[in-house]
Design a protein around this ligand. Structure first.
Ligand SMILES: [Zn+2]
Length: 231
């Protein structure tokens, strides 16, 4: 049976432009396939609109829920699949509240759901494959992937969110073994997508609309990692 890891990033609970219908499709899929689908939360689960700031900060006026209501909605939404959740990573949106108050809203959510809270990043094995996940940082196409790949060796997949783009790229790496011979390995760079449609801040910043949905990491029958882009 193919195993799946739903890389659920940039859900943005409380943002008026959230595509809740699409998010519900993923929830239904996760519920229908409880034995084969796990979930990793990749940050920006709560929009946490602020009162002021420059172009990308967003605004409380673009939210239709308070941060408390966003937290409650996220916990209620994911409660039916909490046993499938392997960890929660924070994003820059939750960090706004943390920077102002020290309260980590996704830690509160993780504690309520009984899911491990991994803060800024996590390395873990998934069916024997070595995975790195963080929310991602910076606006460049994939500069944050380079930072991770410059820092860590031996990974099979690097998972980042943040830009709302949805893509996966296999990277070839040469590995020199103990007798000096060159072998080769593959590392997946995965940008996980979002459930935010064309939001006000994105229109203002002249961002092209991004695909709605998530990347899904899969382990096939041959024990190979693959990536599915969208359901
Ligand atoms: Zn986001």
């Amino acid at each position: 049976m193919i195993k799946s890891l739903w890389l659920a990033g940039c859900i943005h609970e409380g943002e008026k432009s959230q595509d809740e219908a699409e998010l519900q499709k993923y929830m239904n899929w996760a519920l229908r396939n409880k034995s084969s689908v796990q979930i990793c939360i990749c940050g920006d689960s709560l929009d946490c609109g602020g009162f002021c700031g420059t172009k990308h900060v967003g605004s409380t006026w673009n939210n239709n829920l308070t941060p408390q209501q966003q937290l409650d909605k996220f916990v209620k939404r994911f409660n039916p699949v909490k046993d499938q959740m392997i960890g929660i990573i924070k994003g820059n949106h939750e960090k706004r509240i943390e920077d102002m108050t020290s309260v980590k809203l996704l830690k509160v959510a993780a504690d309520q759901l009984g899911v491990p809270y991994k803060d800024a990043s996590s390395i873990f094995t998934w069916h024997g494959k070595k995975i790195f996940v963080a929310h991602g940082a910076g606006g460049s196409y994939d500069g944050d992937f380079k930072k991770v790949l410059d820092t860590y060796e031996g990974l099979d997949a690097v998972i980042l969110a943040h830009t709302h783009k949805l893509y996966a790229e296999p990277v070839r790496r040469y590995v020199v073994n103990a007798v000096g011979a060159r072998t080769e390995k593959k590392i997946w760079k995965i940008r996980v997508g979002s459930f935010l449609d064309n939001a006000d801040y994105a229109k203002f910043a002249l961002h092209a609309p991004t695909p709605i949905g998530s990347a899904i990491l899969q382990l096939d029958e041959n024990n190979e990692l693959n990536v599915r882009l969208g359901l």
